[in-house]
Ligand binder design. Structure first.
Ligand SMILES: Cc1cc2nc3c(=O)[nH]c(=O)nc-3n(C[C@H](O)[C@H](O)[C@H](O)COP(=O)(O)O)c2cc1C
Length: 179
């Protein structure tokens, strides 16, 4: 049995939902798992108790919230000391070819800018949710969607996440812990 840590940054809640689904699967196959919001700094992380770590973040305006890079700056040694994986959530990844690391510019950006260089990476398609976004964010994402042939209807709420594939990723993270 492995003890696994999932750390995430989520702005609207979808990356949090994916993180919890990963944890649920990890537990369902006989391990234990903690899920931590990287901005929830109530308690310092006791890294020594974990056998592997996965860190997930959503893409915002072509990059990541600064707290993601700050967390990686502070904890790159802790992250690298364990079997580790990074998962990146974005809506361009609704296209299968954009889930290939070499083809996803957001993942490449993370690898270039982060002090932590993950040993393993995963790209997960996120959610379009115009009704929950303010007019400015909606407008900006509609522009991205227009360029990439995605939905631009203001009422669109589309979950592009392949939840079976999230389970497969969770099993993969659990296997990393055994390595
Ligand atoms: C303000 C904002 C900017 C975004 N920018 C991008 C982007 O540049 N590229 C992209 O593929 N997805 C972009 N997205 C889509 C998010 O990555 C996607 O909705 C994700 O599921 C959000 O996760 P969260 O609910 O955990 O914040 C953006 C979403 C928001 C709200």
């Amino acid at each position: 049995m492995a003890n696994i840590l999932v750390v995430y940054y989520s702005r609207g809640g979808h990356t949090a939902k994916i993180s919890n689904a990963i944890a649920q699967k990890i537990v369902a196959i006989g391990n234990s798992c903690d899920v931590i919001n990287l901005n929830d700094t109530q308690q310092p992380i006791d890294w020594a108790q974990y056998d592997a770590v996965a860190l997930g973040a959503c893409v915002l305006y072509g990059s990541y919230h600064k707290s993601v890079f700050e967390f990686c700056r502070q904890h790159h040694q802790d992250l690298a000391a364990l079997p580790n994986s990074f998962f990146c959530v974005n809506v361009v990844a609704r296209k299968p070819e954009k889930r290939i690391p070499e083809n996803n510019k957001y993942l490449q950006k993370f690898l270039a800018l982060s002090d932590w260089k993950p040993q393993d990476v995963k790209i997960i398609a996120g959610k379009v949710d115009y009704p929950s976004w303010n007019w400015y964010d909606s407008l900006a994402i509609k522009l991205i969607m227009k360029i990439t042939d995605g939905p631009t209807d203001s009422k669109a709420v589309i979950d592009y996440t392949d939840w079976n594939d999230v389970d497969v990723y969770a099993e993969h993270v659990a296997r990393l812990a055994q390595a």
